[in-house]
Unconditional design. Structure first.
Length: 243
């Protein structure tokens, strides 16, 4: 029989607003169950120079050096991920495909006691931004190509996920921002001296949580009384054994 053509592939696009903790958790679970994954990238350019062009006579080291130079100069504008899961009953692979627009977002928010003007002027100090203001190259024909195939350049800027390279993660102030504990921020949100931080939604959650805790405590008290009353005959434990 003729092979079945894959005509309709659903692609989940996760941008800056969708890639939250829940989405990351689901991705982690899907990838952990996969038989294998495939990745694809869209770059802002292909070659830094018109010459030399890749040749079949290039060695592996020469070809790698050319691609490495280009990868350092051009931005990664989109990352694609296809996760293949084996369905043993149907004996087929089920595939889930995701794409992530990536953009080197610059935030005006600063860390420390300085002002945002320090970051805008590029000056170092306590007020430097934790997200570097990057400069990068783009290649006209590559942007035309991805735009002709449906890539939205406006959405790339508006929804692209910010990221840091390994080198940037080791530089200040990025390093300090990444190493800073989130615990003070968490404790501040639950500070009873700041009622403005407690909304109707969070208050309802806290009330529900308190009610559940009271139920659990009451259940423990009842269980303790049952143990005392039934001590002569023995009581059933959670694991099905008698005490």
């Amino acid at each position: 029989p003729e092979p079945t053509m894959l005509r309709d592939v659903r692609v989940h696009e996760l941008g800056r607003g969708e890639l939250d903790a829940a989405a990351l958790g689901r991705l982690q679970r899907v990838v952990s169950r996969s038989a294998f994954v495939a990745i694809d990238t869209e770059m802002g350019g292909v070659s830094c120079h018109d010459t030399p062009r890749p040749s079949v006579m290039d060695s592996i080291d020469e070809r790698f050096a050319q691609y490495r130079e280009s990868a350092r100069q051009f931005p990664l504008v989109q990352f694609g991920l296809s996760v293949f899961l084996w369905d043993a009953d149907a004996r087929v692979f089920r595939v889930e495909t995701y794409q992530f627009p990536l953009f080197p977002v610059f935030h005006e928010k600063v860390f420390g006691h300085g002002s945002s003007s320090n970051a805008a002027n590029g000056s170092a100090g306590a007020g430097a931004s934790a997200c570097p203001d990057r400069r990068f190259l783009v290649q006209a024909k590559c942007l035309q190509y991805i735009r002709a195939h449906g890539f939205d350049l406006n959405a790339w800027i508006d929804r692209g996920i910010g990221h840091l390279s390994h080198h940037e993660q080791q530089q200040e102030p990025c390093k300090s921002a990444l190493e800073r504990s989130a615990r003070p921020e968490i404790l501040r949100k639950f500070d009873p001296q700041q009622p403005a931080l407690i909304t109707d939604e969070t208050q309802a959650f806290l009330d529900q949580l308190a009610a559940k805790l009271k139920q659990r405590l009451a259940a423990f008290d009842d269980a303790g009384r049952e143990i005392v009353v039934g001590r002569g005959a023995g009581t059933m434990q959670d694991n099905g054994t008698r005490r």
